[in-house]
Write a protein that binds this ligand. Sequence first.
Ligand SMILES: *Cc1c(COP(=O)(O)O)cnc(C)c1O
Length: 358
Amino acid sequence: MLNFTVGPVMSNKEVLRIGGEQTPYFRNDEFSQVMFENEKLMKEFVCADEDSRAVFITGSGTAAMEATVMNVFNEKDNVLIVNGGGFGQRFVDLCNLHNIPNDEIKLDFGQNITEEILDKYDSKDYTAFLVNICETSSCVYYDLDLISEFCTRNNIFLVVDAISSFLANPLNMARQNIGVVITGSQKALACPPGISIIVLAPEALKRVENNQCKSMYLDLNDMLKNGERGQTPFTPAVTILLQINARLNEIKNQGGVEAEIMRISNLADDFREKVKDLPLEIHLENLGNCVTGVYCINSHAGDIVYALKKDYGIWVNPNGGEVGEKMFRVGHIGDLTIEDNDKLIEAFKDLEKRGILK
Ligand SMILES: *Cc1c(COP(=O)(O)O)cnc(C)c1O
């Protein structure tokens, strides 16, 4: 199997090896040391302030999105949400569910955020801004500097869902004045799904401390308090936390976060270059490095996704909704190489020869 979906992605041998071991007991100093290191490396990799904190939630990315909405905001906030697809809509739904006043910047599928769009929201009374910096459903990667400048000049608290773009595109919490960064285990961290991560800047910690959270499992104050001794309130996905530890250390030892971003960016560029000779289109101008939206010219995208899996053992990511007839997605995160790209391109060429890719 060769997996080019955007998550869960392929894990390397070491991560798989740890997954095959017995789960160790975790209420001890040994595990606490692992968690301290996880927190330290996560903070380092997103360039967080020294006084920031990171928490590890047992749950998929959406658990961290919901915990953020519930713990960082309250009914006195007025949140502006970028809604350019499935994940933006999820933030809107979460704010509505938890009675957080909000407005959305509704974008068309594939549309980018521009200066002109943001200008319209200047000097309103928004207190916070929520964005999925890569809207993984459409593959659009928004301009984080543009958003960060908008938030800074309007004194708005910025939350970035970087679940799919952490380790694929750079991000600097301190310099870009980001209050909260969210990510998860099954994207570029290339571990199994089950852990989501929230990094909180000092301003976010203040918000959480002064807020009342009506959830036991997603109470960030409880997680932060337990985190001070390298523990979690309840039994976490211990094995995934050990796998994350191995991955974070591997990245650190292989040149750090910049080198990992470069590796993923090279894979994305390589694929986007090689796909040019095929009857497929990509819209290059607003893509991040983690995933490429591929548009079929004369074939049904579903047929291509199906044939790749059935005849070549290669998985790409189908798209839901109307666009799913024309578009599928190819991820560049996980344990993939240039040779893997070549295998995918060869499969496309073969499909063309067979008259399936037209
Ligand atoms: C994958 C992803 C999520 C998380 O989804 P889960 O299925 O809950 O892990 C959230 N936001 C973005 C942008 C994503 O790519």
